[in-house]
Design a binder for this molecule. Structure first.
Ligand code: SAM
Length: 203
């Protein structure tokens, strides 16, 4: 991966090496306290037939992909942070969890077919990739979708990636916007929304 641009998450964890562990423990505590940490995954599951192929892009400690695996889907999770991938393997065994940069995503090169029925990119992941790699990340997503596959993204406003810029980048990457929501529990998107869930397909 020489010459690659570090993601904003890597810069964060380089400045604060305890950040990854804090993030893992945060979700473990929420789960132990009985909080709902699977809302994003439930929405994605509602879009899929049983046994679908799912890529959890920027999977972190694996809550989204882990839930979808338990629903009976075939899940691959990719994340740049090895601490989070180790937590995913421990907390949610079953999916294929891989350390990798979404800007260089090429799963067929490692023997994993690219035709995903869903790529889910939850938890502000697109605001943590290096801004100069956003186009590459979105283009790689397009190339990893099955012809009828869909990309589902979610991130907040005021995180450095304006929604209009993102929608323009997605279109350039060959994605068609099907649906915009303001929450993962299906509230409509409005001009005042501070979060956007977007569903894309391939033309
Ligand atoms: C806030 S966390 C969200 C994790 C997970 N999706 C969730 O919702 O729990 C953001 C994640 O994006 C990952 N990430 C950021 N840039 C990345 C890149 N270029 N390639 C792969 N993962 C990346 C980070 O490592 C981190 O796990």
């Amino acid at each position: 991966m020489s010459g690659r641009v570090p993601s904003q998450w890597e810069e964060l964890t380089a400045a604060d090496p305890a950040h990854s562990t804090w993030y893992v423990e945060r979700f473990r505590k929420m789960a132990a306290d009985g909080q709902d940490i699977f809302g994003e995954a439930r929405l994605v599951d509602a879009m899929l037939e049983r046994g679908s192929r799912v890529l959890d892009a920027g999977c972190g400690p694996g809550r989204v992909g882990g839930y979808l695996h338990r629903c009976g889907h075939n899940v691959v999770g990719v994340d740049i942070d090895p601490v989070l991938i180790a937590a995913a393997e421990q907390d949610y065994p079953g999916p294929t969890w891989l350390v990798g940069d979404l800007a260089e995503l090429d799963l067929p090169a490692g023997g994993t077919p690219a035709d995903f029925d869903a790529i889910v990119c939850a938890g502000n992941v697109l605001t943590f990739v290096a801004p100069s790699t956003r186009d590459a990340v979105l283009t790689r997503f397009t190339h990893h979708l099955a012809p009828t596959g869909r990309l589902i993204t979610g991130f907040g406003a005021d995180r450095g990636y304006d929604f209009p810029d993102f929608l323009s980048d997605a279109e350039t990457a060959g994605l068609t916007l099907d649906l915009r929501l303001s929450t993962w529990d299906l509230r409509p998107f409005t001009d005042d929304s501070d979060y956007m869930v977007a569903v894309f397909s391939r033309p």
